[in-house]
Design a protein around this ligand. Structure first.
Ligand code: ACO
Length: 275
């Protein structure tokens, strides 16, 4: 399968109204260079549906040009309890079907539906933004994968990450397996996924899942502090550096050195090249 492509700014997606987002259980706010996406269905522990993922893709496709930081947070006690369990029932989620109705699709159509869902997760890696997941309480399945889609995870001391999919007969398919392996290594990723065990704050910090652990009451402040640090660097240099860092693993040292030179030449021309 070809490398997944994230929806681009101003791409093919549609802008979603605040009313529609509220129906889906999302809020989206932009304050200057900072955008905040809130999972806002706390009474259902911010369970996610196909509509959630389509809306996330639309938000990504319409992200205002000035945005440099995207914060993803969850209202209430849990960041997200993962996929809406009604998908496992014959009735499914009203208007969105169920896994048993999706399983009736031919394989190509089914794979396309999954690729569409993944668009909601891919764009958080764009070089021109830094995405931060602010995670408290449970981050299960799709909730864990949403946190993994972000560049950084700042977590509360009550965080509980769990890759529940294999326990339910599924695989993690919302773009979470690659960042998980890259963050914690293959052995630990196998352990985490194939046991579906819960990872608390201390372990999340120790194995590199979390950048920082704070008391639950301090989570918003810790995110604000990180945003201030991130905004203190040059916008274009930050984007170029993220591009370099993202490409580093796939390149040889020689190739990476060349890439550094290409980016630096661009920076120097932009800074000192005059008209
Ligand atoms: N889908 C739909 N509704 C959910 C989900 C979910 N994933 N998780 C919680 N809810 C609902 C509960 O049904 C309950 O609704 P009700 O008040 O109408 O009865 C409400 O949210 C609160 O749930 P509780 O279980 O009472 O909350 P608690 O804080 O005690 O536990 C926890 C939270 C641990 C997250 C628990 O709800 C849970 O285990 N949820 C299911 C997690 C899961 O298996 N997700 C699927 C992962 S796989 C994937 O994402 C692909």
């Amino acid at each position: 399968m070809a490398e997944a492509q994230a929806p681009q700014r101003g791409g093919y997606t549609e802008e979603v109204s605040a009313e529609r987002l509220a129906e889906i259980g999302l809020r989206f706010e932009v304050d200057g260079e900072i955008a905040t996406i809130a999972l806002d269905r706390p009474s259902k522990r911010n369970a996610q549906t196909f509509a959630t993922w389509a809306a996330l893709a639309d938000i990504g496709g319409n992200l205002p040009e000035q945005v440099r930081i995207v914060v993803v947070k969850g209202e209430g006690p849990s960041f997200s309890a993962g996929i809406d369990l009604r998908m496992f029932t014959p009735e499914g989620v009203p208007g969105q079907g169920s896994f048993s109705s999706a399983a009736q699709l031919d394989t190509t159509a089914f794979e396309q539906q999954i690729r569409k869902a993944q668009q909601g997760f891919l764009w958080f890696r764009r070089p021109e933004i830094v995405s931060i997941a602010a995670v408290q309480g449970h981050a299960i399945g799709a909730g864990f994968q949403l946190a993994l889609a972000c560049d950084l995870r700042i977590v509360a001391d009550d965080v509980k990450f769990c890759m529940k999919e294999p326990a339910l007969g599924l695989v993690p398919d919302l773009t979470g397996t690659k960042p998980l392996v890259e963050l914690v290594g293959l052995a630990k990723a196998i352990d985490i996924c194939l046991t579906a065990r819960t990872i608390g704050a201390e372990e999340a910090m120790r194995i590199g899942l979390a950048e920082r652990v704070v008391a639950a009451d301090d989570l918003a402040r810790a995110v604000q502090d990180k945003i201030a640090e991130l905004l203190s660097t040059n916008r274009d240099a930050a984007a170029a550096t993220k591009r370099l860092l993202q490409g580093a693993r796939a390149r040889t040292l020689e190739e990476q050195s060349v890439a550094e030179g290409v980016e630096q030449a661009r920076r120097l021309k932009a800074l000192f090249g005059g008209a």
